[in-house]
Design a protein around this ligand. Structure first.
Ligand code: SF4
Ligand code: SF4
Length: 299
């Protein structure tokens, strides 16, 4: 099996049929994302808002935004056509926890009809602590938090502002609050036994050398996986993606960092940073076959 030596048998049992974590499962089980959460409560320097959030999904693309009811129809239409469908994720295009009402409504409508589907969501973590109790009562299998720093000084170069408690915060306060909320959310999830994966976006010259420290801390706090994603250059503009023009890492830089960190990154080597509306087996995206206009009005 692909089980990393340091992973407990209990956790492996929970994830081995998940297409994103198991090399074998990714040939047999399909996943699907529905883009129901367009709003976001922070600004990342590498996000220009026109495209999907980089928390989990592929930045630089625009996904079809759906209401919770449209998402329900689409998931049922897909489930009828793709029998391997086993995982439904909400990964943007904004933040699944900030847009919580839509995320919750989507999950509950779909769980009512397909009770055995695994649900997962990804978030920047700022609003996460407010929803952990509810997450624990739903059939949510995994949560992914994007954590790019544990030092607000590093955060200064990544997050120009956050929106929290009805106002905008900038400078060191913004990064400090975000950091504290991310750590609290992570602890709350792992205390309740909810599998939590951490994604980090590797930004050369900003957080690349810092990510080893992030890795140590998130593992200590119970994350079962730490996945390093490269900052992706923006194909639409032919330049590197980012408001402040950071470049993405080279393949060699990414591999060197992944080799240094704990084994979790190996398990994610086939993560494709799928679009926020991806459908199908990994490596395949049948999203275009299931756009809303192709989904029956009532299913
Ligand atoms: Fe963009 Fe996602 Fe960052 Fe929000 S969390 S600013 S949607 S990349
Ligand atoms: Fe799986 Fe990665 Fe795609 Fe998410 S983005 S569905 S973790 S392969």
């Amino acid at each position: 099996s692909d089980k990393p030596d340091s992973m407990s048998a209990e956790i492996w049992e929970k994830i081995k049929d998940h297409p994103c974590y198991s090399e074998e499962a990714h040939h047999y089980f399909a996943r699907m994302h529905v883009a129901v959460a367009p709003a976001c409560n922070i600004q990342c320097n590498y996000c220009n808002r026109k495209y999907d959030c980089a928390n989990e999904s592929r930045p630089g693309v625009v996904s079809e935004k759906l209401t919770p009811e449209q998402a329900r129809r689409k998931v049922i239409a897909v489930a009828n056509e793709v029998p391997q469908l086993s995982v439904l994720g909400i990964a943007g295009p904004g933040d699944a926890c900030y847009d919580w009402k839509k995320t919750r409504e989507t999950f509950s409508r779909i769980a009512d009809e397909i009770p055995d589907i695994k649900l997962c969501l990804s978030t920047n973590g700022l609003a996460l602590p407010d929803h952990v109790d509810e997450i624990a009562t739903m059939n949510i299998d995994h949560v992914t938090i994007t954590i790019n720093m544990i030092d607000p000084q590093v955060g200064l170069e990544i997050y120009p502002w956050i929106f929290y408690k009805n106002r905008r915060w900038t400078g060191p306060d913004a990064s400090k609050i975000l950091h504290e909320r991310q750590m609290l959310g992570l602890e709350m999830l792992t205390t309740r036994g909810i599998l939590t994966k951490i994604n980090s976006v590797m930004i050369p010259g900003v957080n690349d050398t810092h990510l080893a420290e992030v890795n140590r801390v998130v593992k200590e706090k119970g994350a079962f996986l730490h996945n390093i994603m490269p900052l992706i250059s923006d194909p639409a503009h032919g330049t590197h993606y980012g408001l402040t023009g950071q470049r993405g890492p080279t393949h060699a830089e990414l591999q060197a960092l992944q080799a240094k960190l704990e084994d979790g990154t190996k398990l994610m080597r086939h993560c494709r940073q799928c679009r926020a509306d991806a459908v199908g087996l990994l490596g395949e995206d049948r999203g275009q076959e299931f756009t809303l206009t192709q989904v029956p009005e009532v299913v």
